[in-house]
Design a binder for this molecule. Structure first.
Ligand code: SF4
Ligand code: SF4
Length: 447
């Protein structure tokens, strides 16, 4: 590949050479914490990237494996006093690895081609797969197969993957949310609502809750039934061109000039959605709109704090939706920060502000709340050992709080914590903060 098409060599050199090797990021890096090896640290990885940009190092399989051992959690970016843009370096490094094909193998190419290149490029395909999985789960076939012991014939890894299969929602977002939802009372804002890909399959109820909360705060909500993936999966896995295609589709579907805000409730998506202008920097047709798009995209917590959301009047009722237990009393909740919400978007206080505002809930701080849970996009599938250790660490901290509810704002984190709680026999309810706010508003209406 020529230098002209090399991602790292063509990246703005001020980004590549910004690291001053101080090492302040090292204690915040989960992979360095685990191995204590410089090459598994942010500083070590940046040095490798710079060596490639400077033509002192070739892109090799070892470099590729190193960059896929990195979680992309961006804790190093928060810690860095020099303002190193690790997110940009990381995405360019992975794009370069994919262009050079140093990790290619028939199995890997097949899996990537099917998922990143086909399934997530048209969400009707993902929905079809979700419907098949839902049918399999609703018929009780999954439970039957699990009980039969036949899964023991599979490899240990396949058994672990099977155990991680999420429960598919009984209805997807398009069945739960009208294309246009009117504001309750006077309309103050017009917002677009992105329903996501994995979020739609596994947490469409959170999307419905988000729309309800927005409407209750004076927003008219536009949510077209057929939407596209935001492209974060593609960008984080080196598929730059596919990520660009999806960005253009989203800008066309949600013209930013027509909305006061374009809302996402998934930390991982938001972190990517706010950088379409960088992604489309060489596209003269879309760049201007992409810049406006970046300013319009808001995480739901960020938006609610900005418009000064209405504090619910009613006391929160214990697990009312799941257990129908209507006992009143203060419940304890802890908050796990999604990496891409806290480190990627610097949204730290707003979710806590929402949780504290719900009557009947008491927020208990989680030790190491911003330490990655191991989900990290598809990291728990590609690096199960490291992901498992991070999950165990997170679950230990959750246990230490003794709470009855754990709130977190990203579908990957929700699934990871639900799986961890199952493995460790923990009982707390694991839920998106916005669901708790929606439930508090609903309780008001029943009074
Ligand atoms: S993104 Fe996370 S895992 Fe990767 S270098 Fe930074 S802190 Fe370490
Ligand atoms: S990335 Fe930032 S914190 Fe880490 S070594 Fe470089 S300058 Fe220091």
């Amino acid at each position: 590949m020529s230098a002209a098409t090399s991602h790292l060599k063509t990246l703005d050199y001020s980004v590549v050479q910004q690291c001053m090797h101080c090492g302040m990021c090292l204690p915040t890096c989960p992979t360095y914490d685990k191995t204590k090896l410089e090459r598994n640290s942010p500083r070590g990885r940046i040095a490798l990237m710079r060596a490639i940009a400077d033509d002192r190092l070739e892109v090799t399989k070892t470099f590729g494996e190193e960059m896929y051992f990195c979680l992309g959690c961006l804790a190093c970016q928060t810690a860095c006093p020099a303002g190193v843009n690790y997110a940009e370096l990381f995405e360019h490094a992975r794009a370069e690895i994919e262009e050079r094909g140093v990790l290619n193998s028939p199995k890997r190419n097949l899996i990537r081609g099917f998922t990143v290149g086909w399934l997530f490029m048209d969400l009707r395909r993902l929905e079809l797969l979700g419907k098949i999985l839902r049918f399999y789960q609703q018929l009780g076939l999954q439970a039957l197969i699990r009980r039969s012991g036949v899964l023991k014939l599979l490899s240990k890894r396949m058994q672990e993957l099977e155990a991680m299969t999420p429960d598919v929602q009984p209805a997807f977002s398009a069945e739960l949310i009208a294309p246009i939802t009117s504001a309750v009372g006077d309309r103050k804002y017009r917002v677009g609502m992105l329903t996501g890909c994995a979020q739609d399959l596994t947490f469409s109820d959170v999307n419905r809750d988000t729309v309800e909360v927005l409407a209750a705060n004076g927003c008219e909500v536009v949510s077209p039934p057929e939407q596209s993936c935001c492209g974060s999966l593609h960008a984080h896995n080196g598929e730059w061109m596919l990520a660009q295609q999806l960005a253009r589709r989203n800008i066309d579907q949600f013209p930013p000039e027509r909305f006061d805000a374009i809302i996402t409730n998934a930390g991982g998506c938001g972190s990517h959605l706010k950088h379409y202008a960088k992604l489309l920097a060489d596209d003269p047709v879309y760049l201007h709109r992409a810049e406006l798009w970046d300013r319009r995209v808001k995480d739901i917590h960020e938006w609610l704090a900005e418009i000064r959301f209405r504090v619910p009047r009613s006391a929160f009722r214990v697990g009312q939706r799941e257990t129908r237990n209507t006992e009143l009393g203060t419940q304890t909740v802890t908050y796990h920060e999604s990496c891409h919400l806290s480190h990627g978007q610097r949204i730290v206080n707003q979710p806590r502000e929402i949780l504290r505002a719900i009557p009947g809930l008491k927020l208990v701080e989680l030790p190491e709340a911003s330490w990655c849970c191991g989900s990290a996009g598809i990291y728990n599938f590609t690096q199960p050992e490291m992901a498992g250790q991070l999950l165990d660490r997170k679950i230990r901290h959750i246990k230490s709080t003794g709470v009855s509810i754990v709130a977190t704002a990203n579908p990957g984190c929700l699934l990871q914590l639900i799986n961890g709680a199952k493995q460790h026999g923990l009982k707390p309810r694991i839920v998106h903060p916005i669901t708790l706010l929606a439930e508090a508003y609903r309780a008001e209406r029943r009074e």
